[in-house]
Design a protein around this ligand. Sequence first.
Ligand SMILES: Cc1cc2nc3c(=O)[nH]c(=O)nc-3n(C[C@H](O)[C@H](O)[C@H](O)COP(=O)(O)OP(=O)(O)OC[C@H]3O[C@@H](n4cnc5c(N)ncnc54)[C@H](O)[C@@H]3O)c2cc1C
Length: 465
Amino acid sequence: MRNGEVSYWWQARGVPPRRPSLPGAAEADVCIVGAGFTGLWTAYYLKRADPGLRIIVLEETFAGFGASGRNGGWVTAALPGSRSRYAQSVSGPPHGREGVRELERHLRETVDEVARVCAAEDIDAGLVKGGTLSVATSAAQDARLREHLEHERAWGDGPGIVRYLDKNELAERVQVTGAAGALFYPDCARVQPAGLVAGLAEAVTRSGVLLYEGTAVTAISAGRARTAAGDVRARYVLRCTEGFTAGLPGQHRTLLPMNSAMIVTGPLSDAAWKSIGWDGCETLGDEAHAYIYAQRTADGRIALGGRGIPYRFGSGLDHDGAIAAATVAQLGRILRRMFPVTAEAGIDHAWCGVLGVPRDWCATVTMDPRTGLGWAGGYTGHGVAAANLAGRTLADLVRGVPSPLTTLPWVDHRSPRWEPEPARWAGVHGLYALYRAADRLESADRSARTSLLARAGDLISGIPR
Ligand SMILES: Cc1cc2nc3c(=O)[nH]c(=O)nc-3n(C[C@H](O)[C@H](O)[C@H](O)COP(=O)(O)OP(=O)(O)OC[C@H]3O[C@@H](n4cnc5c(N)ncnc54)[C@H](O)[C@@H]3O)c2cc1C
């Protein structure tokens, strides 16, 4: 089994030759720090809207080295945050429910926008829009599905946006051992994330954007991004570093680098696929408190992810995605419990990465026209589609063009800062200890009650449900 090496996605696709580093001090109209989905989509839409703009993207390692090249490959319309919090967002015009509905509508359209660009730019990312299944594997999880459905209906989401599938309807799509039912959301596509980010980086450089790799930005201030090779001076400097943000001066408590870990099986036999089904390539998750997410890959495997070690003290990062053996074993057990037939294929590769979590679990897109400083991120694990919408929004904000995007409730949203250490470490680890204990209790107990431990965890953490 390979461990780390950034991700299976990159190993399967092949890491492209490194692009040149910044040769020395430079000037641009827009300087973007970080070449993941947020930075690249922003560059993509800015250049299309105004081909004359001089845009420089600075990337510490290589385009797609971060979460964008390591994720579960769900291009999901799921809201990165809490509806009620966005509705109450105090910055800018009052948003209310209508503002939140607008943001959700744009996120749903974004799934198709990503597919459209893949087709237009000839990006081979194995994209299939099969929707997503949130599967219940215990009575308590099934009860939560029904609560979610009621909540969605109360917000006006009809059966075209979410519907309940009973055990038999689910089994017609995919055979998950012990499943009691599922919610089906049509607005999600599966991708090979490294394929998407690599294709996007190529499209961006083709359009004339300068992308420098192996170039770490050490500080950002109005009009300037500092690097060891010299400063890039630009009217606009955009921070697109999501889970890595804590490494920049002054940003230590802005976004918590939450870890997420993944495994991928070897290719499954035709007989195994026959018994599992899953011909629609829906992305698939569960309703556990320490939830998992999975996809049927374009090359006939199952990739499955979960939390692993949730957070490293002092906002520490992994080394090229290497993960602990205990996490591989834990994810492997879940995989074999849901799909026993995968035991035949073994696990080929395991890796992890960091995503950015704000203290109130709500994402932000912002640009201060006075200083020219902007940033987007904090998508709390729902960043693949959201980064596209955020990139389009940042592009409009930089160009100063009022648009339906620039008034969405996550624009200028302000999240509180995280607690200093050791409270931050203790809080996150305590929370996930509660969630894991709650999951164990719920699977042992046949009643449909959500464990009080999980309710306590939600209350303490402020995680939106
Ligand atoms: C394992 C895992 C699974 C996930 N699964 C999903 C999923 O299925 N669906 C979903 O919607 N979301 C998922 N997410 C979240 C999603 O991948 C991220 O939210 C999204 O990719 C963030 O994109 P980004 O461009 O903002 O950040 P990143 O992709 O992390 O890019 C940031 C870039 O900035 C660079 N950088 C950092 N610091 C500096 C610096 N100082 N100077 C220069 N460059 C710098 C980094 O090297 C990196 O390339 C997952 C995340 C992980 C880790």
